[in-house]
Design a protein around this ligand. Structure first.
Ligand code: UDP
Ligand code: MG
Length: 334
């Protein structure tokens, strides 16, 4: 197992309306990571926040040179923000953490140490599900169980709080699907993965942006992005219904031959509705996959950057050097 020296660490922080949390988050992250790293960069991806996140980041950048802020043109969602961080990070290892400090930064030294000892992926897993309700806990357990079954990868307790090696970053960059599920991709690429456990902390400020409907959509979308199992279910349903129809046909035929074919409306109604339901369900599932293929083939970018502090700085430097290197313009006489 290869042993790493202290890393140049990139910390990726997706932020949507996190103006209140960012000053504490940035200071805490630097305090936790710096003693264990050669160098640290923090990439805050401002995912089209409607509050003062951009302004707060401008102020913080004057204070911390290690800070990079990537401002999206609108809200593209956390998955896109994580992807932007992944693509812009320059470190030997990249750590992903929420801006609201629900992922305890005190775990970072342990995660960095695990990487130094040779782990390629350090997964921070939830030991306790914090403030979540029993229903939420049950739903999320069910989702992860289904997901693990469908994909063959164990996800229980998985969170987006992770530290991944450069090699893994490059592997994930090669997964070009638009429909991204970061946790799933990290598990899917493999490498040497180790887990460290943490307790979910209450949010320091602000509110979670997830609604129940949003979570259900997110779960279904991730399941479909990672598995074609629902298509197999359609085939199984088709098979079961075919067997049922054989039995029904045999029964109907027998009744006809015995001269007792008038009764049996119940069977007709039940079979009609059951078959229609299964057909519609099947068409629905197929339509969802077709829709996703349509989205994928459009090949639009996952996010659009409105402003990136480093790109702007490098841009203005390039402009300055262009000006200094360009020959003085000859002044034409009138
Ligand atoms: N987030 C984001 N874009 C969004 C929603 C959330 O970048 O559209 C960020 C958010 O700022 C936070 C992290 O993703 O840093 C987790 O979000 P949240 O706390 O709302 O989710 P929860 O902790 O409830 O899973
Ligand atoms: Mg949170």
């Amino acid at each position: 197992m290869k042993i790493h020296a202290r890393p140049f660490l990139s910390i990726v922080v997706p932020a949507y309306n996190e103006a209140e949390n960012l000053p504490t988050a940035v200071a805490t992250l630097l305090a936790q990571a710096s003693p264990h790293c050669d160098a640290v960069e923090i990439i805050v991806v401002n995912d089209g926040s409607k509050d003062a996140t951009a302004a707060v980041m401008n102020t913080l950048q004057a204070q911390y040179t290690q800070l990079r802020c990537i401002n999206f043109a609108r809200n593209f969602g956390k998955e896109a923000a994580l992807e932007a961080g992944l693509e812009h990070a320059k470190g030997d290892a990249v750590l992903f953490i929420d801006a609201d400090l629900q992922h305890p930064p005190s775990l970072m030294p342990e995660m960095i140490e695990a990487w130094c000892k040779g782990a390629d992926v350090v997964n921070a897993k939830k030991r306790d599900r914090g403030e979540e309700s029993a229903a939420y806990g049950f739903a999320s357990k069910l989702f992860y169980r289904l997901f693990s079954r469908a994909t063959g990868v164990d996800f229980r307790g998985a969170s987006d709080y992770k530290l991944i090696d450069r090699q893994v970053v490059e592997a994930i960059k090669q997964c070009r699907e638009r429909d991204r599920f970061f946790r799933g991709l990290v598990a899917w690429v493999g490498f040497r993965q180790v887990d460290v456990l943490f307790d979910v902390q209450p949010r320091v400020a602000g509110e979670s942006t997830w609604s129940t409907y949003g979570l259900i959509r997110y779960s279904i979308s991730n399941l479909l992005a990672f598995s074609s199992l629902p298509l197999t279910f359609i085939a199984i349903a088709g098979l079961v219904m075919s067997l049922v129809s054989v039995v029904l046909c045999a029964e109907t035929l027998l009744r006809y031959l015995l001269g007792a074919s008038l009764s049996g409306f119940t069977t007709v109604i039940i079979s009609q509705t059951a078959f229609s339901a299964v057909i519609l369900l099947a068409v629905g599932v197929l339509a969802i996959y077709v829709g996703r293929m349509y989205d994928e083939q459009k090949g639009r970018p996952l996010y659009i950057v409105r402003q990136d502090s480093v790109r702007d700085r490098e841009g203005s430097r390039a402009q300055v050097s262009e000006q200094t290197h360009s020959p003085a313009q000859a002044i034409e006489p009138d």
